[in-house]
Design a protein around this ligand. Structure first.
Ligand code: NDP
Ligand code: HSE
Length: 442
């Protein structure tokens, strides 16, 4: 059988990795796919740089639409990144009857519903394993491996850059800016690294996993997003002294909301989170990713591996290429649905507002060292029906004022919001309360 022909859009970190791994393992990949997979055309802005990656045997062009509109290309691999241009390219490829493989989580989190609908109508596949957790096959696990289960929750470290920053800050005491620069040099960070550090990249990935886990459309606009840029080194230290690690966690889970409007809902949130140090996921360090899934039949399962970088991500891109090559001959209506559930079986269960989520909290209150301040804090929490799990009192170094750290038991976010508002009005409280959510993940 003739090799399937692939057009590559982008020959950067992931594009180069994809080309190199496909070359290196071509024989083994051919035996798995049932036919050869050959990159015959590449689009990039810097043509010389792209030629240095793919060599003389591959056509290199500056216009990505030349690849998408080339009738000889069977599969388009989109590795450019961004929102608008990739959307146009992917929709054009689909309209031309081509299968698409992409690592672009931003694209799918924002335009996934439109893209999957177009692909479904045209009978082509859009594969995106590399878009979530790099080389870790979490999409396949959620969509196929766990298909017998009712999934209850998905919680993960799904941004390598921020996990690398938090690990290096904690272990080596390095400052934020230095570690971010290292992450960029190692090829982990997005073209705009604020996507990483402000939690946007993790929210893109979580949005995709939420859709697959719960059979809902992708709804990035409903995600609560808080990154690590406001996190202070002393909070990392205090958390450690209390037996916790702080990780940027993406959490999506089924929940019940209260009151007249109450009912079933889905939490969708990304924020720094305290996790007991004894949990496996709390010990995931560097650019590694880990996703913990709770499902009714299998129980808890943890997926761990390299979440970013050239060849780990290429591993997922090529897995999709092999899948698409195998599927290319199958009846389109028998294919695995893009978001796990058949398109006419999606539910409209709502993403709940952040005020309705239930979790535990780390609160750091910076106060004047005055009589009665601790009593005031505990009274406000008790009045709000919030019980305290642990208390730590520290001098942050100025010898005059105190940091009081409180760990709470579970409560609704709206209760803690109301308590924080009252705490910040106490005369002894000097600055805004630092609030970090805490998940036991048991
Ligand atoms: P890079 O910036 O390294 O590569 C982007 C490539 O796209 C470059 O070859 C660039 O060409 C090319 N490009 C950009 N704009 C155009 C254009 N208008 N026309 C033609 N080519 C263009 O990005 P990455 O490889 O890191 O990321 C690619 C995608 O993979 C992104 O969506 C990213 O989010 C995702 N991803 C990345 C991971 C990683 O670890 N890096 C992991 C998982 C997903 P030139 O160099 O000539 O400018
Ligand atoms: N910038 C992303 C990260 C790349 O750091 O996780 C992988 O998606």
């Amino acid at each position: 059988m003739k090799p399937i022909k692939v057009g590559l859009l982008g020959a950067g970190t992931v594009g180069a990795g994809t080309f190199n791994v496909l070359q290196r393992n071509q024989e083994e990949i051919r035996r798995r796919a049932g036919r050869g997979i050959e990159i015959t055309m590449v689009a990039a802005r810097n043509l010389d740089k792209a030629r240095a990656v793919v060599g003389a045997g591959v056509e290199v062009v500056g216009d990505p639409f030349a690849v998408v509109n080339n009738p000889d290309i069977d599969i388009v691999v989109e590795l450019i990144g961004g929102y608008d241009l990739p959307r146009e390219l992917v929709l054009q490829a689909i309209a031309n009857g081509k299968h698409v493989v992409t690592a672009n989580k931003a694209l799918l989190a924002l335009h996934g519903n439109e893209i999957f609908a177009a692909a479904q109508e045209k009978g082509v596949t859009v594969a995106f394993e590399a878009a979530v957790a790099g080389g870790v096959p979490i999409i396949k696990a959620l969509r196929e491996g766990l298909t017998a289960n009712r999934i209850e929750s998905v919680a993960g470290i799904i941004n390598g850059t921020t996990n690398f920053i938090l690990s290096e800050m904690r272990e080596k005491g390095l400052d934020f800016a230095t570690v971010l620069k290292q992450a960029q040099e190692l090829g982990y960070a997005e073209a705009d690294p604020t996507f990483d550090i402000e939690g946007v990249d993790a929210a893109h990935k979580l949005t995709i996993m939420s859709a697959i886990a719960f059979g809902i459309p992708v709804q990035f606009d409903k995600a609560y997003i808080e990154g690590i840029s406001q996190l202070q080194a002393r909070d990392i230290r205090y958390a450690e002294q209390l037996g916790y690690r702080i990780k940027l966690l993406g959490i999506t889970r089924r929940t019940q909301t209260e009151g007249k409007e109450g009912g079933e809902g889905i939490e969708l949130r990304v924020h720094p989170t305290l996790i007991p140090s004894s949990r496996l996921i709390a010990n995931v360090e560097g650019a590694m990713n880990a996703v913990l899934v709770q499902a009714d039949a299998v129980g808890a399962s943890l997926y761990y591996g390299k979440g970013a970088g050239s060849e780990p991500t290429a591993s997922a891109v090529i897995a999709d290429l092999v899948d698409v090559t195998r599927l290319a001959t199958v009846d389109p209506y028998c294919r695995v649905p893009h978001l796990a559930f058949q398109p006419n079986q999606m539910t409209d269960v709502a993403i709940v507002p952040m005020a309705e989520i239930t979790t535990s909290y780390y609160l750091r209150v910076y106060v004047k060292d005055q009589l009665g301040v601790m009593a005031d804090l505990t009274r406000i929490l008790a009045d709000a029906g919030i019980s305290i799990d642990a208390v730590l009192q520290k001098e942050p170094g100025d010898q005059v004022n105190l940091d009081i750290i409180l760990l709470t038991h579970q409560t609704r976010e709206k209760n803690i919001d109301a308590a924080i508002e009252k705490i910040e009005q106490l005369p002894a409280v000097i600055s805004k309360v630092t609030r970090i959510r805490l998940e036991t993940l048991s």
